[in-house]
Design a protein around this ligand. Structure first.
Ligand SMILES: [Zn+2]
Length: 831
C-alpha cells in the first residue's frame, strides 16, 4: 500500500477539512471488481492542491465541483487535485478490486457451501482500496453508505440501517469517525439480535457457523452486556455509536478490530469444537478490549500514529480490567501477567525496541511495525503501574475529563497527561519521560543477607541493560511465602514499597524478619520489570510453586522462571524438570497452556538435536500426568491432551485416539482435536496424503481446509515441502490465512535434515514474498516462515547478508532483525 508520511499528513490537514463521504457500493457483479461511487464533501484553502488515497482498477468518471478531473490525476495510488474551492464536492465512479489478503474489501468463498462473504478492513492505510479518501486519523468525517447486493444477503456498516428495499441498503450517516474505522460486512451472514440498556445488539457469522453462533450467542451477549455496564459505570459519556454489532468474519488478520458500531472478529472466535475456559476468557477479553476502543480510539482518536499506544495500551489495560471486574473470568490479570506481559518483555528486549510513546513515527509503514507487544502489553503494564501510583479515582477522573474535552475529535499524549495531572494534582512529566519515552526494561533482583534464621537485610537491586541506562521508580508488592506445617504454602506477609529510580533500595521493614522460604518481588504484578529471585528462593521454587494457592503469584513466578531461561541464565533442562514437578498440579488453565507453549518453544530451539528428544519426552510425561490428574471433560483435561498430542512420539497411541481406542474418559475427540492428532502424525511421518485427504473429505468446512493445508506442509517429504514453499512465496491466489497456515506447518525441528536448504532459501525468497503479499499478512508470514528452529551460526550469517541489502523492505528488515536476535539467544543458551 502507498505509504503516507507524517509530514504529508500534517500538510494535508492544514489544507483540508472533510465533512462527509457518501459511498455507494455495487456488490452484485461477478468477477474480481466491485463498483464504488463516492461523493466526498470537504472544505479547503481556496486555490490549494491536495491528494486522496485511491487505488482503482478502472475509473469511469471523476468530477471536482462539476468539472471533469483529468484521468492523469489518478496515479494508481493517489488522486491528485488542484485548484480547490472553499467548499468542494468530488464525485468519483470507479471499479475497485476485491482482495484476498485481509485488507481493503476481502472476499471469501466458504468451501463448506460455496457461499461468498465480504468484509472491509481499511486499517492502516487501505481506505483507497474501497473509496477515494483522505486516509489519515485526524481527518474525521461522517460516512453515509449505500449498498446494492444480492437480495438474500445481509449487509451491515458502522451506521444504522435507514432503509432496505430488496437488494438495496441505505444506512444513516455516522458520527465523525476516522477513515481507518469505516466498516462493512456483506454476505449471507447468519444474524442473532438482542438489546441491552437501549442499545441494539447484533451478532453475525457465516451461515456454516450458524448453529455454533446460536449456541454461543448467550455467552457472548452476556459478556457484551456486562462489559457495557462496567464501562458505563466508569465513564461519564455513554456508548456513543448507536447500535453495538459484533461480526465474526473469515480470514480476518487481527483478533478483532474496533470499528464503531460494528466490531469485526476473526471467526475462529466462534469455534466449532470444544475449547478451554482460557480460550473463552481470551474471547471475553477481546470483547472488552474492542469495547474500550469505542471511547479510546473511536470517540477520541490519536492525531497521528505516534500515539498508537493511546489506543492499544488503554484498550489492553481496560480489556483485562473489565474482564476481571465484570465477568466470570475474574483471573484475567493472571493471564495478563503470564501471557501478555511476556509478549511485551520479548518485544522490548529486541533490537527493534521503541518507547511505548515514540516522539515521532515517520510514516504508516513504521506505524504498522509498532503494532507489537510494546504498544499493547508493555503499555498496559505501564498503565497498571500508573494506576497503582496515582490511585484509581484520580485516574478515572482524568480519563473522563479527557473524553469530555476531545469527543469526536483527536488528541495527543500531552492532552492526556494534562488531564491526568490535573485530576491527580501530580506532575506526570517525569513519570512519562522514563516510562513512556524511553525504551527497554529494568531488572529487579532480590538481594538478601541473613543473620541466622532472620533477614539481616533485604534489598532490591535495579539494573538497566547496556545502551538503555534509564532506572525507573516502581511501586511493587513484596510477598514472603513459607511452607506451612500442614503441607501447603502460606503468604506470611505482603508489603507494598516504592522503589526509587536508583540502583538499590533497602527494604528496612524486613530487617530482623524471619527469613521466608520464598521472597517474591512484584507480588501482585503491579509493575513492568524482569524479576529475579535471591538464590535461596530460587532453589525453593520447585518445592513451593506446586503448593501455592494464589494463581497470580504462581504466574509471576512462572514468568520470572521462563524469562531466566530465555536469557540463558538457567538451562532449559532445569525448566523441563520444574514443569514435570509443578505442571501436573497446576489448576489455572491459562497458566498450563502458556507454560506448555513457552516451554515447547524453548525445547525446540534451546535444546540441541542430541538433548531435545529427552526433553520432549519429559514434556510428554508432564502432560500425561496432568491429563491423568484432570477432571474428565474439564478445560484442564483438554489443555493437557493438546499438550500431550504435540509432544508425544507414541504413534500407536495417537492412532488409537483417532480410532476411539484408549481415549481418556471425558475427552471428546472432536473435529479440531482429530486434526491436531493428524497434524502431529504428519510431522512424525505417520500420516500421508491419503490420511489427510480422507479427513478433508469428511470435513468440508473452512477449518478443515485450513488444517489440511497445514498438515500437508508438515509432512517430512521433499515434494510436500517444495509445494508448500512455492505456495507461500509466490502464489498470490492463495488467501492470507491459507498461506499463513501453510507456513505454520512448514518448519519442524524433527525434520532439520530435510529442511536444511530452506534456511538459505528463506533469505533468498522472502523479498519476493513481500512483493506478492502485503501488509499485516506479509509480516505474519515472514515471521512464521523464518528458519527459527535451524539454530546455527550459518543461519545468522545468512540473516546478516540479507540485512546488508540496500533497499530491503522495512517490514522484512524488522522481522529478520528480531528473529536473528532470538537466534543469537538460542545459540548462546546452547553454547
Ligand atoms: Zn485494540
Amino acid at each position: 500500500m502507498p505509504t503516507l508520511t507524517r509530514a504529508e499528513a500534517a500538510d494535508r490537514a492544514a489544507v483540508v477539512d472533510v465533512e462527509e463521504y457518501h459511498v455507494d457500493l455495487d456488490l452484485t457483479a461477478d468477477g474480481d471488481t466491485f463498483r464504488s461511487r463516492t461523493v466526498v464533501r470537504f472544505r479547503a484553502r481556496a486555490g490549494a492542491a491536495t491528494f486522496l488515497e485511491f487505488e482503482p482498477a478502472e475509473v469511469a468518471s471523476m468530477t471536482l465541483n462539476g468539472a471533469e478531473v483529468p484521468s492523469a490525476a489518478s496515479t494508481g495510488a493517489r488522486l491528485e487535485l488542484t485548484g480547490l474551492a472553499e467548499e468542494n464536492e468530488l464525485v468519483v465512479d470507479a471499479l475497485m478490486r476485491y482482495s484476498n489478503d485481509g485488507e481493503g474489501l476481502h472476499r471469501y468463498t466458504d468451501p463448506a457451501d460455496g457461499r461468498t462473504y465480504l468484509y472491509q478492513h481499511l486499517f492502516i492505510n487501505n481506505a483507497g482500496r474501497v473509496l477515494p479518501s483522505f486516509d489519515q486519523p485526524d481527518l474525521k468525517a461522517s460516512f453515509r453508505v449505500s449498498v446494492t447486493a444480492p437480495a438474500d444477503w445481509v449487509v451491515a456498516t458502522n451506521g444504522m440501517l435507514a432503509r432496505r428495499d430488496g437488494g438495496r441498503w441505505e444506512f444513516a450517516p455516522t458520527q465523525r469517525i476516522s477513515t481507518y474505522l469505516a466498516s462493512l460486512i456483506a454476505g449471507p451472514y447468519h444474524v442473532v439480535t438482542s438489546e441491552h440498556d437501549g442499545i441494539p445488539l447484533a451478532l453475525y457469522a457465516r451461515a456454516a457457523l450458524a448453529q455454533h453462533l446460536e449456541a454461543q450467542a448467550p455467552e457472548i451477549l452476556q459478556l457484551t452486556r456486562q462489559s457495557l455496564d462496567r464501562f458505563h459505570e466508569m465513564f461519564d459519556i455513554r456508548y456513543p455509536f448507536g447500535h453495538y454489532q459484533q461480526a465474526f468474519a473469515p480470514e480476518f488478520n487481527f483478533g478483532a478490530m474496533e470499528y464503531p458500531g460494528l466490531v469485526v472478529f476473526r471467526d475462529e472466535m466462534i469455534p466449532r469444537s470444544k475449547v478451554t475456559d482460557s480460550e473463552r476468557e481470551r474471547r471475553a477479553n477481546i470483547i472488552a478490549h474492542e469495547m474500550a476502543h469505542m471511547w479510546f480510539g473511536d470517540l477520541v482518536t490519536m492525531a497521528w500514529w505516534d500515539d498508537l499506544w493511546l489506543n492499544e495500551s488503554f484498550a489492553e489495560y481496560l480489556g483485562s480490567r473489565v474482564t476481571a471486574e465484570a465477568t466470570r473470568f475474574s483471573d484475567a490479570w493472571t493471564t495478563f501477567a503470564m501471557q501478555r506481559k511476556a509478549w511485551g518483555l520479548r518485544a522490548d528486549q529486541r533490537p527493534s525496541t521503541h518507547p511505548v510513546a515514540p516522539s515521532e513515527v515517520s510514516d504508516t509503514d513504521e506505524a504498522l511495525l509498532n503494532f507489537d507487544g510494546i504498544s499493547y502489553a508493555k503499555g498496559a503494564a505501564v498503565l497498571k503501574q500508573l494506576v497503582a501510583w496515582l490511585g484509581d479515582e484520580a485516574f478515572l477522573t482524568g480519563l473522563n475529563a479527557h473524553f469530555e474535552a476531545h469527543a469526536y475529535g483527536n488528541a495527543t499524549l500531552a492532552d492526556l497527561l494534562g488531564a491526568l495531572s490535573k485530576a491527580s494534582g501530580r506532575d506526570l512529566s517525569g513519570w512519562a519521560e522514563v516510562w513512556l519515552r524511553r525504551a527497554q526494561v529494568n531488572t529487579l533482583r532480590a538481594e538478601v543477607t541473613r543473620d541466622g534464621a532472620d533477614y539481616a537485610e533485604v534489598a532490591v537491586a535495579q539494573t538497566a541493560p547496556d545502551g538503555y541506562p534509564t532506572l525507573r521508580p516502581h511501586r511493587i508488592g513484596v510477598g514472603l511465602y513459607d511452607r506451612s506445617p500442614g503441607g501447603g504454602v502460606v503468604r506470611r506477609k505482603r508489603l507494598e514499597v516504592e522503589l526509587e529510580a536508583s540502583g538499590r533500595t533497602v527494604l528496612t521493614a524486613l530487617a530482623g524478619e524471619p527469613a521466608a522460604d520464598l521472597l517474591l518481588l512484584d507480588d501482585g504484578d503491579l509493575t513492568y520489570a524482569k524479576i529475579r529471585f535471591d538464590p535461596e528462593s530460587a532453589a525453593n521454587v520447585p518445592l513451593l510453586l506446586p503448593l501455592l494457592d494464589d494463581s497470580l503469584a504462581r504466574a509471576v513466578i512462572w514468568a520470572a522462571t521462563l524469562d531466566a531461561v530465555v536469557d540463558g541464565e538457567r538451562p532449559v533442562a532445569e525448566l523441563v524438570t520444574l514443569v514435570l514437578a509443578a505442571l501436573p498440579v497446576e489448576t489455572e488453565v491459562a497458566v498450563v497452556e502458556d507454560v506448555l507453549r513457552a516451554t515447547r518453544g524453548l525445547v525446540d530451539r534451546y535444546a540441541t538435536p542430541e538433548t531435545r528428544p529427552a526433553a520432549l519426552e519429559l514434556l510428554a510425561q508432564a502432560t500425561g500426568r496432568l491429563l491423568a490428574a484432570s477432571m474428565p471433560g474439564s478445560s484442564r483435561q483438554l489443555a493437557a491432551a493438546r499438550g500431550l498430542i504435540g509432544a508425544t512420539t507414541d504413534i500407536a497411541r495417537l492412532k488409537g485416539w483417532l480410532a476411539g481406542d484408549g481415549v481418556p474418559d471425558g475427552l471428546t475427540v472432536d473435529a479440531d482435536l482429530r486434526w491436531l492428532i493428524i497434524y502431529r502424525l504428519a510431522v512424525l511421518g505417520a500420516a500421508g496424503p491419503d490420511t489427510i485427504d480422507a479427513e478433508r473429505e469428511q470435513d468440508r468446512s473452512a477449518s478443515g481446509e485450513q488444517w489440511a493445508a497445514r498438515c500437508r506442509a508438515a509432512r517430512p517429504d521433499a515434494a510436500a515441502k517444495e509445494a508448500a514453499w512455492a505456495a507461500v512465496i509466490g502464489d498470490g491466489t492463495l488467501s492470507n490465512r491459507l498461506a499463513e497456515l501453510t507456513a505454520a506447518g512448514f518448519w519442524q525441528p524433527e525434520q532439520l535434515d530435510l529442511l536444511e536448504p530452506y534456511a538459505e532459501r528463506y533469505f533468498a525468497d522472502m523479498p519476493e514474498m513481500m512483493r506478492v503479499r502485503s501488509g499485516m499478512s506479509a509480516e505474519h508470514i515472514a515471521q512464521v516462515a523464518y528458519p527459527a528452529v535451524a539454530v546455527s551460526a550459518r543461519t545468522r550469517e545468512l540473516a546478516a547478508g540479507l540485512l546488508g541489502t540496500a533497499g530491503l523492505n522495512p517490514i522484512l528488515r524488522r522481522v529478520v532483525q528480531d528473529a536473528d536476535d532470538d537466534m543469537r539467544r538460542a545459540l548462546h543458551a546452547r553454547g
